[in-house]
Design a protein around this ligand. Structure first.
Ligand code: SF4
Length: 425
């Protein structure tokens, strides 16, 4: 399935380790994708106002998921297409907690970060580069009373920054008891709060609904815990080499680190690789409605093989001239009979010959075929009693392909197929 949207986190993913620069190589890979019609999305925990310097480097970006998914900004239309602020009651509870401790916190509202100048002394920088920090601090709007600001504005996200370890567990426990919010900690010592259920993955899902894209058509890159839902949602969830262990577990794939242009590496490998081998695949596994009952056997794992292979969909029963829908067929004593007793063996053999011809024309050495079918099943098929019982044997097409040296895998064996190729990215 073709990729239609690429979403990337910023810090630790799109940005170089300096948190400020996008390398030429990474920028060019995303621009190439954009020029090929793929929507490009930044998904960040930052707020809108502090990513202008990033957008100057990647001006072609189409959408911005910001404040950890609380809002999605459409750059072409110039407005938010989705927003989900923290309930006012929860904001009040959070601010009440913070006001009892010597901590620095920010409220994200209207695409900007807001704070109170006399709290800046509580900020403890652990490891951010000073250039980035100076730039970041310049973009904060200060208020005489941040707690008053909190009561009069829609708050997208709240950040508690690098506070003294002495209070960490105490504050964390109180925050985690507020049911209306979700808390994440993308960097140790930092707690970020959004409305419950808000995350980059949810925002990406809302975008896909708006754009009519399926999750299989989405590629997402991330490195931190606040990227986990996004990587789980995307068909192509890719963790950076420098990602947290949890993030790597959530992703389907891993690429090089941000210091090694991991995004560019994966985009070239997955999207612009002209050397993908070709693979015969049962069309019904890709969602084509060619099954006997007019439906399909869509299989996500099989569809995702498109990132590694150029898929060549086949439906041998349709090739053999059988209609959709049609009576179910099973193999009995070497003949293919429909449930009402009609002998369709010739149609099945014709479909098998045509499939073999297509495989040979395309130099295919591998096929992923629908398990148990009288055409595509391999190893185990229905036993001819139309009762769901299986027996040893091959479908007519699978058998012909096998006799001609083509390696056959069922849809439950895609991992085994990938193991036979060197597909490490
Ligand atoms: Fe699917 Fe194969 Fe049956 Fe066609 S013949 S519907 S591809 S199992």
């Amino acid at each position: 399935m073709a990729i239609k949207l690429i979403a990337t986190d910023l810090d630790g993913t799109l940005m170089s380790p300096d948190h400020i620069t996008v390398t030429e190589k990474t920028k060019n890979a995303l621009l190439k994708a954009h020029n090929a019609g793929i929507k490009t999305v930044i998904a960040t925990g930052r707020t809108l106002s502090v990513i202008n310097s990033v957008l100057k480097q990647v001006p072609f970006i189409d959408y911005i998921i910001y404040s950890n998914g609380a809002s999605v900004f459409d750059r072409r239309k110039g407005n938010n297409i989705y927003t989900s602020p923290i309930p006012a009651d929860a904001v009040r509870k959070i601010v009440d907690i913070f006001e009892r401790y010597p901590v620095y916190y920010e409220l994200y509202a209207g695409g900007c970060a807001h704070s109170q100048p006399d709290k800046a002394g509580y900020f403890k920088n652990k490891d951010l580069p000073q250039d980035f920090l100076d730039f970041y601090m310049k973009n904060i709007k200060n208020h005489e009373s941040i707690s008053r600001f909190a009561t009069t504005n829609d708050i997208e996200k709240i950040n508690l920054f690098y506070f003294d370890g002495q209070y960490y567990d105490e504050i964390k426990e109180q925050l985690f008891s507020i049911s209306e919010i979700d808390c994440t900690s993308p960097v140790a010592g930092d707690i970020e709060m959004t409305s419950a259920g808000v995350n980059k993955g949810k925002a990406l899902q809302e975008m896909c609904k708006e754009l009519n894209f399926t999750r299989e058509e989405v590629m997402a890159f991330g490195d931190a815990d606040n990227d986990i839902e996004m990587l789980q949602f995307a068909g192509y969830g890719i963790a950076m080499k420098n990602a947290s262990d949890e993030c790597k577990q959530a992703a389907k794939y891993e690429t090089l680190s941000n210091a090694e242009d991991g995004i560019a590496h994966a985009v070239e490998k997955f999207i612009f690789n002209p050397l993908k081998p070709k693979l015969i695949i049962s069309a019904c596994l890709l969602g084509e409605n060619c099954k006997y009952n007019g439906g399909n056997n869509y299989c996500r794992e099989a569809a995702l093989l498109s990132e590694w292979f150029n898929l060549i969909p086949v439906c041998p029963e349709c090739f053999g001239g059988l209609s959709v829908p049609r009576m179910p067929n099973e193999i009995i004593n070497g003949r293919v009979l429909s449930k009402d007793g009609a002998d369709n063996t010739q149609a099945y053999e014709d479909g098998a010959e045509k499939t073999l011809y297509i495989a040979n024309e395309n130099n295919c050495c591998y096929a992923v075929l629908k398990e148990r079918s009288p055409s595509c099943g391999f190893g185990r098929i229905y036993d001819g009693t139309f009762s769901g019982v299986l027996t040893d044997g091959n479908g007519i097409t699978a058998d012909l392909l096998d006799r001609n040296g083509i390696r056959i895998f069922g849809e439950s064996e895609t991992a085994k197929l990938l193991d036979e190729f060197d597909f490490n990215i």
